[in-house]
Ligand binder design. Structure first.
Ligand code: G6P
Ligand code: BGC
Length: 899
């Protein structure tokens, strides 16, 4: 019970019994306050929801402030305050323009003539503009450009941080206004960067170094609050990322009857006699403009036996009197003075009773305020999915400042009403500093946005640029196919000696190896009839440690043979010699199906003594070294080809194979007559494009950003696989990391301090890029992913990191799409078709696991190859299956040739 201990003194004007009866309606139990909190939460939800926002009592107006100060706000900003009837005691600075500069405040205070508040809005704003001009002139500063933050304590509908339209507020203001009121200010150029509510200014004035302060509360002539809400819950704005400050406008809470069981007869009397009956019911129980009236109505009832005309006059009891009366030391003397001024000769008991009345009114106000505040912090805690929330609440306003009991009661009750939150009330230094802070934050964010846009702009591709990439690849393909120009082309266009896709008649058991992607696999592939289940696979994954991938070639091939032996032992196949298809995902010049000269290593491989050698021969030699089993290698296959064959087994129109994983590449069925590097005119052959090297001859130089160049230079193969380094999983994380380092350097991230972790190459892997962009991932989860990498991020940081990932992955997908478009268009033209329907078999971790990559590739292909209807079919079993199918076809052909 927020009870008042009424101690009888001696008999005075008021009987004790009357006293208790009169104050009873003001006593709110903890249970009632819990109820009020619950209803406030419901009202807040209605204000946040797009469906109910327009008629909600608690409006929950977005303030377009996305972050609280981080202590790096620098520069100078002017804060102009234009507010209504001031409750400031004479010694406190009255409103006026304030220059904020690195937290130093200077005030100059022209009084605002009362008439301006109720008259034509343009007059008020013209007056404010003149004040500002005089203020700036008085500073004698050489500077002429200023950024302005404008505190405007009325209910405002904001569309941006620097744009508002106002409606008349309860605190007495009648003049509406807009951010465009500055017009010309002599020699000064003023840019309005923020218009803020006083609650926001209060919240932002908190010391950034004392932990997060994400709630602002004002209990002055009026009352209001604001807090940092999760943007995705503020449905009336488009943003779904990060946080957004919401001004609750809670003064109107209860205007729909939600407080009817809490309202006392005095509240009804006060409301009826007010300028706006039925409105601002919550405010009328809490704020300074009304507490005096509530006290007056109680006194009228208590002293009904005495006639005192002054007591019947509205406004005869002032908030200052009440605040002084509640003072333990001097309160009784003030009570006597006030009662006397009201025409009542009061006894000690009367003075004591008067004090109790004032305390009861103030404590009820604090209780209701606590219920509202508890609703806010509980909402924050729940919507952030936290088990505990820790925040400071910046509080301002004369009621809070002048009445110590008010803040104590508020603090205690919030603790009881929201036990899951650690709330510290902090007395704000007035909203002027906050306005400066908002202005500084706004200007910091605007400057940062500019930097971010400049940096990320380098990676954004216009449709015309994608068209250029498509055309360039087409050109390189033509060069690569012709014998005379092949050496000039960056895409090798390698013949594969595969001239047909499977026809379903393949049968038998085959071994397959699959080397070059994330995993090295050995597989047993049983190819049967459809009725017998088609293709069945048993496989084992083996690791290739980096020292093996980058050591002597003989060691790599010995390792591969050991893995095969292990697999055969596990499968009980030792001694059997099955035909083997070898998926080897590196560029190889083939002269037949079972021979492939390694042209270069790519991705993370760099084993010595292999380039220029026949890979099948290297494998056979390793088997010989081991001397305990035999291998019958019938085909060496690139993974793109394996994928195309594997998908072609299910869909005969699959004539393109695409890989977007650790590396990237594609193959497709080309007309033999176009393959100038081979004899023969009839039929088609699968061409392994090796498009990863596209641009190695300089034709893509205009598209490389400084980040791409850094990644290339630090790679195992500088100057090589330039297109792959823009697209594939092995490099995207590194591009992201380099951009993050640059943005940190520019002060847009991690408060400008790079963590040592961020300096670590390869900390971002493909799976990280995929998970951070997952749909519906709460920001908290993004933070958790980054924390797991050892990066300590703020909410804003994680939004920016996600944006960087999006931009880098989108560019990769679009470039990949442009390349696919070049391929399918070539097939269409080869065949002289108006419209081509073709299937692309796809594999690779980036394509398969990234939440948006596939869709962005497909979208780009649709745009750039409108005459092709392209179906993307994901390979389910990896390209090992394709290699086995190729081995099966080879065996069938060999059988036919023998027969
Ligand atoms: C398939 C193949 C691999 C290939 C890989 C690419 O699954 O079986 O040989 O290299 O796709 O994907 P990754 O993301 O592992 O590089
Ligand atoms: C290789 C290609 C391979 C691709 C996808 C590239 O680095 O050069 O042969 O197809 O990666 O794995």
């Amino acid at each position: 019970m927020i009870a008042n201990h009424i101690k009888p003194h001696h008999q005075g004007l008021v009987h004790l019994h009357n006293m208790q009866n009169s104050l009873q309606p003001l006593c709110l139990s903890l249970e009632t306050l819990h109820r009020v909190k619950g209803r406030m939460l419901e009202a807040m939800e209605r204000g946040l929801s797009r469906r109910t926002h327009s008629h909600a009592t608690v409006r929950m107006l977005p303030a377009f402030i996305r972050s609280t100060p981080d202590g790096t706000g620098k520069g100078q900003a002017v804060g102009a305050q234009g507010w209504g009837p001031s409750l400031y005691p004479p010694q406190a600075p009255p409103p006026g323009p304030v220059l904020w500069s690195a937290l130093e405040l200077r005030c100059q205070c022209p009084p605002i003539p009362a008439g301006l508040w109720l008259g034509e809005g343009s007059h008020l704003f013209a007056f404010l503009a003149t004040c500002l001009w005089e203020f700036l002139d008085g500073l004698h500063m050489p500077q002429t450009d200023f950024e302005l933050g404008f505190s405007f304590p009325f209910s405002c509908r904001q569309t941006r941080l620097d744009q508002v339209s106002a409606s008349p507020g309860p605190a007495g203001g009648g003049a509406g206004g807009r951010g465009g009121w500055l017009g010309s200010l002599g020699r000064y150029h003023i840019k309005v960067v923020a218009v803020v509510n006083d609650t926001t200014g209060t919240m932002m004035s908190c010391d950034a170094n004392a932990g997060p302060c994400e709630v602002g509360l004002v209990v002055d002539a009026g009352t209001n609050s604001c807090f940092m809400a999760e943007a995705r819950h503020v449905e009336v704005v488009e943003e779904s990322e990060g946080r957004m400050c919401v001004v609750t406008e809670w003064g109107s809470f209860g205007d729909d009857g939600a407080l009817n069981d809490v309202l006392s007869p005095y509240d009804h009397q006060l409301d009826q006699a007010s300028l706006n009956p039925g409105r601002h019911r919550f405010e009328k129980m809490i704020s300074g403009l009304y507490l005096g009236e509530i006290v007056r109505h109680i006194l009228t009832e208590l002293f009904s036996r005495r006639t005192a005309p002054a007591l019947l006059t509205k406004g005869s009891v002032q908030i200052q009197d009440i605040l002084e009366i509640t003072d333990e030391q001097f309160g009784l003397a003030t009570a006597r003075r006030v009662l006397r001024a009201l025409g009542l000769e009061a006894s000690d008991q009367d003075c004591f009773n008067m004090q109790q009345v004032c305390k009861a009114v103030c404590i009820r106000a604090a209780g209701l305020c606590a219920a509202g505040l508890a609703a806010i912090v509980s909402h924050m805690c729940r919507s952030r999915e936290l088990s505990r929330l820790k925040t400071s609440v910046a509080v301002d306003g004369v009621v809070f400042r002048a009445h110590a009991k008010f803040s104590q009661t508020l603090q205690q009750l919030v603790k009881q009403l929201a036990p899951e939150c650690d709330v510290t009330l902090v007395q704000a230094e007035g909203s002027s500093k906050g306005i400066g802070m908002v202005t500084a934050v706004a200007s910091r964010l605007a400057a940062q946005r500019l930097q971010v846009n400049q940096t990320l702009g380098l990676l954004q591709l216009l449709p015309a640029s994608l068209g250029t990439v498509q055309a360039l690849l087409r050109q390189e393909m033509e060069l690569g196919l012709k014998k005379e120009t092949n050496a000039r082309s960056s895409v090798r266009m390698l013949p594969t000696y595969i001239c047909a896709t499977p026809d379903g008649s393949e049968r038998g058991d085959f071994l397959a190896l699959d080397l070059g992607g994330t995993n090295f696999r050995v597989l047993l592939v049983k190819v049967g009839s459809w009725e017998r289940g088609g293709v069945q696979i048993v496989s084992e994954v083996y690791s290739i440690p980096p020292h093996v991938a980058q050591g002597p070639g003989s060691q790599l091939f010995d390792h591969i043979v050991e893995c095969i032996a292990d697999f055969q032992t596990k499968q009980g196949m030792m001694g059997q010699t099955l035909p083997l298809g070898f998926t080897f995902s590196f560029p190889c010049q083939q002269t037949s199906l079972d021979q492939g000269i390694l042209l270069s290593w790519t991705k993370g491989f760099n084993a010595s003594g292999c380039v220029g050698q026949d890979v099948v021969k290297l494998l056979r030699e390793a088997v010989k070294r081991k001397n305990h089993f035999a291998l019958d290698v019938v085909a060496i296959v690139n993974d793109t080809v394996g994928t195309m064959m594997s998908c072609g087994y299910d869909d005969p129109s699959c004539e393109v194979g695409l890989i977007v994983g650790t590396g990237t590449n594609a193959c497709y069925m080309e007309e033999l007559r176009n393959v100038g590097t081979l004899a023969g005119e009839e039929g088609r052959m699968c061409i392994n494009m090796e498009w990863g090297a596209f641009g190695d001859n300089g034709c893509l130089d205009a598209f490389f950003t400084p980040f791409d160049r850094q990644v290339d230079e630090a790679s195992l193969n500088p100057g090589r696989q330039r297109f792959e380094k823009l697209i594939s999983g092995m490099y995207l994380g590194e591009i992201v990391r380099r951009i993050l380092l640059e943005l940190t350097d520019k002060g847009c991230l991690f408060r400008g301090h790079p963590s040592p972790k961020l300096q670590t190459p390869d900390i971002f892997q493909t799976k990280f890029l995929s998970s951070i962009e997952s749909d519906g991932l709460a920001l908290r989860q993004v933070c958790a992913i980054l924390e797991e990498l050892g990066l300590h991020v703020s909410c804003e940081d994680s939004v920016l990191v996600r944006e960087v990932c999006q931009v880098v992955a989108r560019r990769a997908a679009q470039l990949c799409g442009a390349a696919v478009a070049a391929v399918v268009e070539k097939i269409r033209e080869n065949r002289g078709l108006e419209q081509l329907a073709v299937t692309v078999g796809v594999d690779g971790t980036l394509y398969k696991l990234h939440p948006h990559f596939a869709q962005q590739v497909q979208e780009t292909v649709r745009q750039l190859a409108p005459c092709c209807s392209v179906t993307f079919l994901q390979s389910e079993d990896g390209s090992g299956k394709g290699a086995a199918l190729i081995a099966a076809v080879a065996c069938r052909v060999a059988r036919h040739q023998r027969a």
